[in-house]
Structure formats: C-alpha cells, structure tokens
Design a protein around this ligand. Sequence first.
Ligand code: TPP
Ligand code: MG
Length: 359
Amino acid sequence: MGRELTRETFMLQILDEEGKVRPGTEPALGEEDLRRIYGLMVLTRTADGKALKLQRQGRMGTYASSLGHEACQIGTAFPLRPEDYVFPYFRDLGTYLTLGYPLASYYHYWMGNEAGLRTPDGLNIFSLAIPVASQIPQSVGAAMAAQRLKRKNAVVCTFGDGATSEGDFHEGLNFAGVFHTPNVFVCYNNQWAISTPRSRQTASETIAQKASAYGFPGVQVDGNDILAVYAAVSQALARARAGEGPTLIEAVTYRMGHHTTSDDATRYRPEDDLKVWEPRDPLRRFQIYLRDKGWWAETFEKAVQDAATETVEKAVAEAESRPPATPDDIFAFTYKVVPPALEEQLAELKRSLTGEAGR
Ligand SMILES: Cc1ncc(C[n+]2csc(CCOP(=O)(O)OP(=O)(O)O)c2C)c(N)n1
Ligand SMILES: [Mg+2]
C-alpha cells in the first residue's frame, strides 16, 4: 500500500533547486509582495543569527535556531489574514516576524521572560509551544470554536516531524477530520527530532500521507521553496475558509543548525548532510528567482540587509532594557487562585533570594 501511495505522491515544487521557476506554476504575487517576502527572509536569518550570538555571550537562554526553515515559516504566515489564528512551536521565528510580532518581545521570551510571549492586541498568535505537539489539539479546539461561532477564519498549526509521533497529533488530526474543522496543519519535516532521524520517527513513506488516515488531504511540498509553501498553504486556507475541512502540509526541509544551543549535532548528524542541503538554501533560491525577474540588485540587497540589521539591533536594545522576570512571574497565570502549596514555595523562593542578596 505504501508503494502505491508513494507513486501517487509527489512533492510540490515551484522553484527548482537552481531557483528556476517551473513554467505555469507561479502563484499570483506581485513585485511588492515578492520583495517583502525576501525582506522577511533576510530579517529572519539576521535575527536568528543574532540570537545565537547573544546566547553564546550569555545574553540569551537556550535558543532553537530557525536556520533553513525560513521558507517554511514565512511561506506559512504570509498568506494569513488578520482574523486567522496561529498556533506555532518553538522553531517559528519567521512566522512571528511575518505576522508583525515585535522582535524585541520574541527575544525577551528567549532571554527567559515569559512576558515576551504576551501577544499584542490584534494579533491572533498563541504562545509558542515547548511541549511537543501540545499545540495541535489546542488549534483544533480553536477551529471548532470558530465553526460554532460561524466565523470564516482558518486556524494554522505548525510543528516538527517529531510531533507526528505524539498522541496529541493523532487526537488532534482525528478530531479535525471527524468535525471537518477549518485547520491547516503544517509540519516542518526537518529530518531530525533532536537526535532521532526521520527514518526512526515513522515507517510511513511520507508524513503527508498520514492525512488520509484521518480522512482529509495531505500535501508534500518542498519546504525550501517559499513559493511552493505559500501556494500549498494558500490553497489549504481557501479550503478551510470555504468549509471544506482540514489539510495537512508536509514541508520537507533540513535543520541546518543544532537542535538548540544546548545540542551538538556533530555527534549524530552525517557530515555530508549539510553539503547536500546547503545548495538548496531557501534564500539563495528565492534570490535567484527575484533576479531573473529583474527585481533583485546589489543595491536592493544592501538596503534589505541594512534594514534587517537596524531592526535587529533596535530589538536587542529594547529587549535588554525591559525589566527582568520576577519570582512572582513563575507562579502567575497558571491558577486563578494559587494553591497554598505553591504560595509556600513562592514565599520560600523569595526568602532564599533575599538571603542570598544579604550575604
Ligand atoms: C512532550 C515533549 N516531549 C519531549 C520534549 C523534548 N523535546 C524538545 S524538542 C524535541 C524534538 C522535536 O522535534 P521536532 O518535532 O521534529 O521539531 P524540531 O525541533 O525538529 O523543529 C523533543 C523531544 C518536549 N519538549 N515535549
Ligand atoms: Mg524535526
């Protein structure tokens, strides 16, 4: 059965690995949008690189790099409308930036302050999920709510290949199929879940084909081709808004960095993998596409790079000027009324901190 499915399955690609467009497949995006997309890709890469440096300098906590995932993230977020809801995970910097989330807040969170995840009014982006796959059933709940309220918004949920082995993935997608919810599930299949390779994650030939078990379509796309991700997500959003039910998109990519700054991928990753994936770089391919259209030049590149650097430097300064987390923050927002045992722990923590300060 797997073989038959594979024969029917093909990976959607609009830009080939040389950045050349496959005739007749281009989505309807004008010059302004395409330039904006490129700017977001450069901003994401610049902001990501800066976060890694800040972590190495002791100015940021453990950080999960988005290097190589720019097409997955921006391609997913770009076609969204303000009324749509997004349930991201910990590797979604480009998603946040595309939706207009303040970079200073995103940094503030990774600097160890949950206040950075308090979404500004008007943005329907939920706190990024650290517990793998926990955001999936939540996104289905939000989609069911939208259905009942007769709203026309779609709900996008992103997650990694590792999330597909969790019960939450099955439960969420099963509900979505049964209740025909307006969900768009986007799996960034970056070939690794920390040190677990894709081959040990699932025996399914593709992740996209898992959708057929839940009774809705699954599409596999080249996750390093931003136009392919954009096209697949746009189509899935249109289905969701039209009441045609959920879609699972598998965006095939590669985690070019370590899992997080606490990981050393050289201990398990075959060395040649990076050599295979480097030429497939999503920014390089999209830049060639823009150049072929006559919309990329050195001056444009410089303007985009300078703007990204300025945005990033401002965000770092702002994040570092915000007040640090307090002991109360650890206990806030979980219970309406804090249970006595936690009150005691908080008091003890505060006593120990005062004790330290007094020494
Ligand atoms: C429920 C749960 N189990 C285990 C972990 C530890 N953990 C953090 S990330 C991760 C792997 C995630 O891999 P994947 O879903 O492929 O996402 P990626 O990191 O590759 O983007 C694991 C096991 C966790 N955060 N949550
Ligand atoms: Mg992964």
